[in-house]
Design a protein. Structure first.
Ligand code: SF4
Length: 353
């Protein structure tokens, strides 16, 4: 097992004591949840994050995909349908399906068919596509609209042409034209239409003046302008001992699947170095509750974020996790011997990274 996820959590008693002191109710909840896990309860994922394409046409400075060692590829339509069927029949209560991963989803010309199939198999789920927009031409825009997709989120990351090209390695002229034309298409649509979000991850190349220009340009055009935090890709700097940390929500709600069926904890693990299993060979809920995932959940519930190494400096265990636990609950199957109905999450899971 990668990262030595064995043995008892480090200084668990002391960390749990600190948590009780500062966040008493939440600490008790975590202790109760740990007890339920030890009694055999299983966690049901509520979000399916499915990488349909591994490999990108962009060269973003903040993304490690160009140096990534794991194999690149694309999910075929048949394998996608098999994965969707297996998840739909597994008992997972999927509320959100997101397409991002380590590739550009619109390189896949069958993406609209995949989204349409997901809407068929998961009629209550919201389907989100994260794209760099460079391939969002008129035909793809129309097909995505017809697919029933709920959110198209375009990662643009700059406003000025020279910054855009240096940041993304793509043509700013083409991307801006694509996204503005897609916005016009949505505006002219009388029926249901997806939300259009645009996002900018801050980099050293884009100063705060330019961030302001970006926000002013897109605010009247998009449904939301998002400035997400930078991802550390599993290499975040050590977090100080006095910083309150909380169990990462990804471990409790997101079934993150690579294009080859491998399940991993989150997108920080871009090399898939902490595999939970593979949904093409195993039941998806079994994979989500494998021994590695169970140990990670128990360790974090006890305040130990040291293993695997990708978690040790991860900002997802700070505010995002605290806010989630304050407003939501994971979905558990009943404890062994317990007849209670499963708990439902308090609100839909947020979009994947
Ligand atoms: S703590 Fe961070 S690195 Fe660890 S599973 Fe959660 S999101 Fe991934």
């Amino acid at each position: 097992m990668a990262d030595g996820l064995t043995g008892e959590p480090v200084n668990a008693a002391q960390r749990f004591g600190d948590m009780v002191e500062r966040f008493g109710d939440m600490a008790q909840r975590f202790a109760d949840l740990a007890e339920r896990l030890r009694s055999g309860a299983r966690v049901l994922p509520t979000q399916l994050a499915l990488e349909t394409v591994c490999g990108c046409n962009a060269r973003c400075v903040m993304c490690p995909s160009q140096g990534m060692r794991r194999p690149k590829g694309m999910l075929t339509l048949a394998t996608h349908h098999l994965m969707a069927d297996r998840v739909a029949e597994s008992g997972a209560a999927i509320e959100i399906i997101s397409h991002a991963g380590m590739g550009e989803p619109l390189r896949d010309k069958t993406l609209p068919e995949k989204v349409a199939y997901e809407k068929l198999r998961f009629p209550a789920a919201s389907v989100m596509v994260f794209t760099n927009g460079s391939l969002l031409d008129a035909e793809m825009g129309r097909r995505l609209l017809d697919s029933g997709v709920d959110v198209v989120s375009v990662s643009i990351n700059a406003f000025r042409p020279e910054t855009y090209t240096a940041t993304m390695g793509l043509s700013r002229e083409r991307t801006y034209a694509n996204v503005e034309a897609f916005r016009d298409l949505l505006a002219s649509t009388s029926g249901p239409r997806p939300r259009l979000n645009v996002s900018l991850v801050r980099t050293e190349l884009c100063g705060e003046d330019e961030v302001g220009e970006f926000v002013r340009h897109w605010t009247p055009l998009a449904d939301a302008v998002v400035l997400p935090p930078t991802i550390a890709w599993g290499s975040g700097p050590a977090l100080g001992g006095g910083v309150p940390r909380f169990p990462c929500l990804y471990l409790w709600k997101v079934l993150m699947v690579d294009f080859d069926g491998t399940v991993k904890p989150c997108c920080e693990d871009y090399e898939s170095s902490v595999p939970f299993g593979n949904i093409l060979q195993q039941d998806p809920v079994d994979v989500f509750n494998c021994e590695t995932a169970r140990r990670m959940r128990l360790a974090q519930l006890a305040g130990d974020f040291s293993r695997p190494g990708i978690c040790s400096g991860c900002v997802e265990t700070l505010e995002p996790a605290r806010e989630w636990w304050e407003s939501a609950s994971p979905l558990l199957e009943p404890n062994v011997g317990e007849a209670a109905a499963p708990e439902r999450s308090g609100r839909p899971a947020a979009a994947g990274k």
